[in-house]
Write a protein that binds this ligand. Sequence first.
Ligand code: PFF
Length: 470
Amino acid sequence: MPEQSASSTRRDSLHGLWSSRFAFILAVTGSAVGLGNIWRFPYVAGANGGGAFVAVYLLCVFAIGLPIMMAEVLIGRRGRRNPVATMTLLGEEEAGHPSWGLVGLLGVVTGFLILSFYSVIAGWTGAYIIKSAIGEFVGAEPATIAGSFAALTGSVLNSGFWHTVFMAVTMFVVARGVERGLEQAVRFMVPALVVILLILLGYAMNTGAFQQGFAFLFKPDFAALTGNGVLAAMGQAFFSLSIGMAAVMAYGAYLPQQTSIIGTSVAVVCADTAIAILAGLVIFPIVFANGLDPNAGPGLIFETLPLAFGQLPGGAIFGALFFLLLAFAALTSGISLMEPAVAWIMENHGLGRAQATTLVGTIIWVLGFTTVLSFNRLSDFRFWNGTIFDNIGFLTSNIMLPVGGLLITVFAGWVMCQNSSADELDETAGTLYRLWRFLARYVAPVAVLLIFLNATGLLAPVFDALMPQG
Ligand code: PFF
């Protein structure tokens, strides 16, 4: 409806507003900062050879991730409903097509799948709080620490127990809707996590392999990067920033009208990226100093960080505190993975918050056992990209989030009329708005499509033609 005046489409939120811009930053940071930064970034970077992967990751974060995050927030604030309802409403309003609501639905399903494995890994961090606190890692050798990890993940009972604990806590928080308490938790948790990471960085600098770790992260060897490696870097950018599944859109619905979306998004994206890089700078020197394999897979942080805590004075306490904070960071992310589904079921199927949470949580909990089993009974059951866990990770991060993000940025950049997006972004200078629109319309969609195409191998002949001696 281009003729409609911009301000007449400004809506009031159905569930109140964030108390301040800072509260919104905390909520989105709580969603973004989690296992993706500290557990997933180092292990996926390690599996893809380091430097070149990190360079592509950073490009994806700023050229694709940042404009898509802004698109999600602006769509969320425009619609002010749960993501499915918002996309349906705006689809009708801007293009006459309620079927855009399917983008919200895709997000709901993606959140289900991600939380199913996320909860299992978060459960492991729970187990590591105890392992650290009882001094299991004090002075321990790499082999002992690796054995301890294998014992945890190898046991359906142990791993399943901690997965159950994490899901129960997440469901409890989502059912009560205690956002205010979480705001406070994030305010304390993220800085505390950064402080411990900085202490670990001090340790890493003294391992004797800091340079090697640094070079591994920042010295790109593009020849070693495969099409799947580039896809994995993009997938990691989406995963880490919590974009592509409308989680940020759901939070944008409660953003006060006068808050700057551009400034807020830049702050969150920079903080999230800094924490991932910091984690990498801690992990890889420890890997090289101890002759470990950077390509160790999902166990990487659980086999490296305990070595550091085991050698630091007060390491038992520090280690326990670190894993506690990490579990908390995972909780604030887990909540945002579950919230879109719960909000949608409440509004569409007439269930109360507690009932909707129980329903969603139970399905995710059951689904999570496919990940628990991927590390023991079903570890030899491999197809496509590996175990069931590997496949759910690949499907969600590398395909579903980028497809969701692509549709979201196409909607914000091409379908929404310029008046609407300009009204929400509300940048008086205009240059920043134009830059966003350029990234959202051209750069982000084209990059996502090219990366998909590249991963299929179809672009290889083109590259070969461009680089004859390669
Ligand atoms: N960004 C979270 C992390 O890095 O741990 C994971 C996540 C949360 C992904 C919410 C997607 C999402 F919607």
